[in-house]
Design a protein around this ligand. Structure first.
Ligand SMILES: Nc1ncnc2c1ncn2[C@@H]1O[C@H](COP(=O)(O)OP(=O)(O)OP(=O)(O)O)[C@@H](O)[C@H]1O
Ligand SMILES: [Mg+2]
Length: 308
């Protein structure tokens, strides 16, 4: 089915979404006014993008299906459907609090480090449900690496920041380590800047260098997917452009999913863009289409800076 056509046909009739506050109120009324609840459910139904509306991505590296997420009693994601294209950059955009980080964190199950956080639905990774209890989490997190907003080097030397994971995951002998560390630093476009200070503390590097060190540390483990949650929001424009160049050079070999608040960044670097709003995925498609001809009013208002 043509996703945009189907969304276009909803364009005029799309209701305003309920805010999370409204949603809570609706739930409260649920027991007393079942009639109202049904119409609210219809509103929610209209607002969320079904799997049939997804653009054709064959085969997807990751597919979220009816993915919902709960912080205790509070629902943060509502039946998200998304296909992530292999070897491409996918941007996740949307206003603060709409569930971007929550969605990303499901992919490597980092949320399970916290009590009371639960995901339901399915996330297929190369066709296997990564939410299945039988999944090896250490291996999953090696294959799907994550870079956070604030660079988080270990309190170790530049060399050891990268070597640490290699020893842990691959039981790599010392003789091989040096080459592997250097090639990861090179891939992360950092080697030239740090080759004379490999024994200096990682935290002594600049913010942009620290972020590339974290990228080197992650790609040293040969992941297939890189999740990046606002990776450049804490660093200056020069360092940002280095990281954007790096993403450009890594894609193809890696599948990259990036959360960003910068519309320019999403437009510059991504192939596909998903617009999140209040825990729903409202629109998803090729970046060019989302930015030049969004099918949905909320998407248009957001990318043109009318809210968020
Ligand atoms: N640890 C938590 N406990 C309870 N609620 C949480 C927690 N983390 C996030 N939330 C809630 O889940 C919703 C989605 O949050 P999330 O951090 O995913 O948003 P976001 O789109 O990444 O926002 P931002 O752009 O500000 O980073 C918000 O309503 C938020 O308050
Ligand atoms: Mg976030």
């Amino acid at each position: 089915m043509n996703a945009m056509l189907s969304q276009e046909s909803r364009k005029e009739t799309l209701p305003q979404p309920a805010s999370s506050g409204d949603h809570a109120i609706t739930m409260k009324h649920q027991e007393q006014k079942p009639q109202e609840t049904r119409s609210q459910a219809a509103v929610m139904n209209e607002f969320h993008m079904s799997a049939n509306d997804l653009p054709s991505i064959v085969p997807p590296k990751i597919s979220a299906r009816a993915l919902s997420f709960f912080y205790g009693q509070q629902q943060a994601l509502f039946e998200n459907n998304l296909d992530i294209a292999a070897g491409k950059v996918t941007a996740i955009i949307g206003p603060s609090g709409c569930g971007k980080s929550t969605h990303l964190r499901v992919y490597n199950r980092v949320f399970e480090l916290y009590r009371d956080q639960k995901a339901s639905g399915e996330v297929l990774f190369d066709g296997q449900n990564l939410l299945s209890p039988s999944v090896d989490l250490i291996e999953l997190r090696r294959r799907i690496g994550m870079i956070f907003q604030k660079p988080t080097p270990f309190p170790l030397s530049v060399f050891e920041n990268v070597a640490y994971g290699l020893r842990l995951h691959f039981k790599m002998p010392k003789s091989e380590l040096k080459g592997r560390v250097e090639s990861a630093l090179k891939l992360a476009a950092l080697l030239d800047e740090v080759k004379d200070k490999l024994d200096k503390p990682g935290i002594a590097l600049s913010g942009g260098q620290q972020q590339r060190l974290c990228i080197a540390r992650t790609i040293a483990l040969e992941p297939e997917v890189l999740l990046m949650d606002e990776p450049t929001s804490a660093i200056d424009p020069v360092a940002t452009s280095k990281i954007e160049d790096l993403m450009e050079s890594l894609k193809g070999n890696y599948t990259i999913v990036i959360v960003t608040h910068s519309m320019q960044q999403a437009a510059r670097i991504s192939d596909f863009t998903a617009f999140f709003y209040k825990g729903y995925i409202v629109e998803y498609g090729p970046t060019k289409q989302i930015f030049t001809n969004p099918a949905n009013k909320q998407t248009e208002d957001y990318i043109t800076g009318r809210f968020g």
